[in-house]
Design a protein around this ligand. Sequence first.
Ligand code: NAD
Length: 497
Amino acid sequence: MSQYIDGQRREALTGARDVVRDPSTGEVVDEITLAGPDDVEAAVAAARAAFPAWSGATPGERSAVLRSLAFLLEAEAEELAQTESRQAGKPIRLAREFDVPGTIDNTAFFAGAARTLEGQATAEYSADHTSSIRREPVGVVGSIAPWNYPLQMAAWKVLPAVAAGNTIVLKPSELTPLTTLRFAELATQAGIPDGVFNVLTGTGVDCGAHLLRHPQVDMVSFTGSTRVGRTVLEAAATTAKRVHLELGGKAPFVVFDDADLDAAIQGAVAASLINTGQDCTAATRAIVHRSLHDRFVEGVADLFASVRLGPTQDPATDLGPLISTAHRDRVAALVDRSRAYARVVTGGTVPGGGLAAGSYYAPTLIADAGLTSEVVRDEIFGPVLVVLPFDTDDEAITLANDTPYGLAASAWTRDVYRALRATREIRAGCVWVNDHIPIISEMPHGGMKESGFGKDMSTYSFEDYTVVKHVMFDLTGVAAKPWHRTVFTGPQGGGDR
Ligand code: NAD
């Protein structure tokens, strides 16, 4: 049963079937059905019908059910971590210590944040009127999420939308729908009314595209590749929907000559290999001062060699597989092409033996690549780090900004003025100083440039999921308002009555 519509698990009306596979073994984890246009109709109708009551619930009522949801998620944390690990090929340590606790914390955060929706104070900005602000939900949100952090991405889409009084139809990736479906069931158990949170499992073309164009959907929020993000914008234009886009990245990791080199090496390994590099904020371009370049390359290569690839269920495993063999082969082909113009320092291999059935790929470090080469410019979305040297601070900042993306970046330096310059001049939605990756529920996540627009997490996300309405009350109580004279002066020639 892989659709969740109006508070119930259902099969898709299409009858189309597929399987969810564990990328670490290729084994089938579950069977699913794939939604089509009729399922989209049913889910959007349920969300529409639920909207008046849910948008009319008090912030306190919305907060209470989200609080219960956080407790239910906590009680089921281990099962969720196991499912997440199996469907997405995540090392269980990452699922237990990052994906699931992050989702619980986000849910607890939005339970509180639901009560903080606010605007400017009511006031007399004109002497004859009182103005006030209403912050209202947008309506029915159609959301589409990727496979790399299935539960967290679902949470990031659903929580601010629902906390603000919207209802939602969410399509997770067809590769990883299982924890999202369970998240919706737990939401019902927590007291979220039927129809407020619906899940459609289906492909982008047969399900997602219909959701994006549905006339009863008021807003689309999308997390995924920049390529598909462009089609989301086009589809939204057909009925002028509000759009929220969290797209790809190619994060720079800038190491200045005064940096703590050991910290930078350690940080680069963790930040480039998190989730097997399938992280939109992962460090992908290490831009390193020439005086440190060779020692950095050597240090990262040594640590890459110590990273343990293994079964995802083993808590000692550091690095899991890529999401599919098709994706692994794409990453491998890109690295292979780079051998013609760059130096593959370490990695670039497909492990055999006990890992051969999964879509594993060795941690890969590439040096001496040209600035216009595809490994430097394109999002690889795998365990691949490219190192580029620089000589001056100006050059470092220019290189950091030299991609169409602008999602995340980091600067490694002990000089406060350099750090301040980097945080000011690097165009990215998040710039870390002497770290790279941590996120926190209270702070926004979102991009600039072709990494998209709109914020996930934090109360800033409410700017996307609410509409600000101006309400203006007349204070005079007279028929002929003073401002009417600018339009007509009346039978007495302009006197006030
Ligand atoms: P993707 O763009 O291929 O797919 C994302 C989602 O869109 C999936 O659910 C897919 O089924 C759906 N989809 C595909 N084609 C569609 C279409 N024509 N119409 C409607 N829906 C369609 O991305 P992916 O491979 O699942 O995820 C990886 C990408 O996501 C990377 O580019 C990564 O950077 C990005 N990402 C960004 C963030 C962020 O916060 N900015 C977070 C996670 C992932």
